[in-house]
Design a protein around this ligand. Structure first.
Ligand SMILES: CC(C)(COP(=O)(O)OP(=O)(O)OC[C@H]1O[C@@H](n2cnc3c(N)ncnc32)[C@H](O)[C@@H]1OP(=O)(O)O)[C@@H](O)C(=O)NCCC(=O)NCCS
Length: 179
């Protein structure tokens, strides 16, 4: 089941998932201090709450009453930025990421958006392989300064959508998703 994150309790649940998954997954890639900094800046309850109040949409992936992952979306002009997609390590490789992406693509298509875009750490190799299998293509590197002396060295990946309608603005997305 995919649950829209619409209250403080669910925001706290996303922050908990993020702390668990990011600490485990990113510590070997970027080190503990950068992980701690990024969790505080981007995935604390207050940061998530602020993002939702701006333009983000968050969802939790729930299986058998258990939160097994989450994703965060940001509609931008004619594209949907897949800002976060995380499945707990115990549940990876079982199709939950693909199912979440199917849901995300349907939302984007309903809104007439043309493509899904994401960034992924250059050294996050297994994840990059999974995204390529899910139909994304790598369009090149990007380096982003995230403050405090830290940078993110990523690849930009994109996936074009078929059957997209041409003229529903992305700003209408929140209304449709609320139903
Ligand atoms: C990336 C992630 C969300 C994918 O979710 P998942 O549930 O593991 O993905 P799925 O099981 O649906 O597999 C997705 C695709 O990768 C393939 N795949 C699964 N395991 C794989 C592996 N070890 N190596 C390569 N491909 C693999 C699947 O066959 C599937 O391809 P298909 O659609 O052609 O069948 C998840 O692995 C994750 O949270 N990774 C760690 C955190 C991360 O890096 N998140 C992304 C940040 S940008």
């Amino acid at each position: 089941m995919i649950i829209p994150v619409c209250d403080e309790h669910l925001i706290d649940a996303v922050a908990l998932l993020a702390a668990e998954i990011w600490t485990e997954h990113y510590t070997p890639i970027i080190g503990p201090r950068q992980v701690e900094y990024m969790l505080d800046k981007f995935q604390s309850s207050s940061a998530i709450s602020k993002q939702i109040s701006e333009n983000f949409l968050y969802y939790i992936i729930e299986i058998n009453d258990q939160h097994v992952g989450y994703f965060g979306l940001e509609p931008k002009n004619d594209q949907l930025f897949l800002s976060k997609l995380y499945v707990r390590s115990s549940h990876r490789g079982k199709g939950f990421g693909s199912k979440a992406l199917e849901f995300i693509e349907n939302l984007a298509i309903q809104q007439g958006l043309k493509k899904i875009v994401l960034t992924v750490n250059k050294h996050n190799s297994v994840t990059i392989e999974k995204y390529l299998k899910m139909g994304f293509r790598n369009i090149g590197p990007i380096v982003t300064d995230i403050g405090n002396g830290y940078v993110m060295g990523d690849f930009i990946l994109e996936k074009f959508l078929h059957n997209s309608k041409s003229n529903t603005p992305a700003s209408n997305m929140r209304g449709i998703l609320d139903h």
